[in-house]
Design a protein around this ligand. Structure first.
Ligand SMILES: *Cc1c(COP(=O)(O)O)cnc(C)c1O
Length: 326
């Protein structure tokens, strides 16, 4: 008997794409097989993460990478790393950020429901500029100089949500941020395809970028990618990995966590509730490789075939007028 019969839940026709409330997309057999294989053995999870991180670094052009439980988790972990650096004491105190760099600047028009993940680190979100172009009368949005103007010695990071309409341009934000030594964290959750976007934001100077694993990448719904600066990925890993360790016996992979730089091991961190299993890591890496290798034309043809099939079915409905565009 299928588990869904047992639960009494019927499958639905999902015509909306990989949205979370409809349980995401379907995964390829290759991905589900990798997940099933992972479920049949045990591994050191930090070692698995370090290995997955090497694959992520290769396909994104970033120094380092990490598998998260989603783009939102990537925002939480990434911003936490920007706030604490590699200081285990600060990690243990989160979300109490007193005495730390605890402000994150965000262009006002980038605000969205997912930034709760950023706020949950315990920072103060500082909104900058006015999205006047949406007023009907105006043409301007937040400008890079306004972000520069808002940077203080309490600024931990700039948060930036990437889409084709985002203002100011990321390169300008990176320029003013880096002039003051402030990292830029990019939410690029749904900015794939094109595959080239895996590298784009890193190439434009972002310090951390997060993607959803369960959207176009085709990985498990509860997976994501965080990539960027080695020290920040290390800070994220330290606040995510299970920390039931004795410092003397603890030997994390050096490429992920350089133990010699730490006075001791942090406790379970603020990211620990966003746990990632070996099945997610195996599935995400497999899906990511497939995503990078698939050519853009055949991906598009696949989508068009689905759209045409749906259009064919729908146009059989009496009175329906169906056109396929794009
Ligand atoms: C989908 C999305 C998220 C959340 O991604 P998850 O992988 O579901 O955590 C965050 N930000 C934006 C802009 C998104 O589109």
């Amino acid at each position: 008997m299928s588990i869904f019969d047992l639960l009494g839940v019927k499958p639905i026709i999902n015509a909306a794409g990989p949205v979370t409330r409809l349980s995401g997309a379907l995964m390829s057999e290759e991905v589900t097989e990798a997940m099933a294989e992972a479920a049949q053995a045990c591994y050191d999870i930090a070692e698995l993460q370090a290995a997955a991180g090497r694959v992520i670094a290769e396909v994104t052009g970033a120094e380092s990478g990490y598998v998260t439980s989603g783009a939102s988790a990537g925002l939480l972990l990434g911003v936490a790393a920007c706030v604490t650096g590699l200081n285990p004491g600060a990690m243990n105190r989160l979300p109490d950020t007193r005495g730390m760099k605890n402000q994150v600047i965000m262009p006002r028009s980038h605000r969205n429901f997912y930034d709760h993940a950023i706020r949950s680190v315990g920072i103060e979100l500082v909104e900058v500029g006015i999205s006047d172009r949406y007023s009907g009368a105006g043409v301007r949005d937040t400008e890079a100089w306004e972000i520069a103007d808002a940077i203080t010695d309490r600024t931990a990071a700039i948060a930036y949500v990437a889409n084709s309409n985002s203002r100011p341009p990321l390169v300008d934000v990176v320029r003013v941020a880096h002039e003051r030594g402030v990292p830029v964290v990019v939410d690029a959750a749904g900015q794939l395809p094109p595959v080239s976007n895996l590298r784009k934001f890193i190439a434009e100077g972002a310090d951390l970028v997060c993607f959803s694993g369960g959207k176009a990448i085709g990985g498990p719904q509860g997976s994501g990618v965080l990539c960027g600066r080695q020290d920040l990925i290390s800070g994220a890993a330290l606040q995510h990995l299970d920390q039931d360790v004795l410092f003397e016996l603890w030997s994390p992979p050096k490429s992920l966590i350089d133990k010699s730089k730490l006075p001791g091991a942090p406790q379970h961190g603020i990211g620990r509730p966003c746990k990632v299993g070996k099945e997610q890591i195996a599935g995400l890496v497999t899906a990511l490789k497939r995503f990078v290798e698939a050519d853009e034309d055949s991906r598009r043809e696949g989508w068009m075939a689905k759209v045409k099939e749906m259009a064919g079915g729908l146009s059989a409905i009496d009175g329906a007028e169906v056109t396929v565009s794009g």
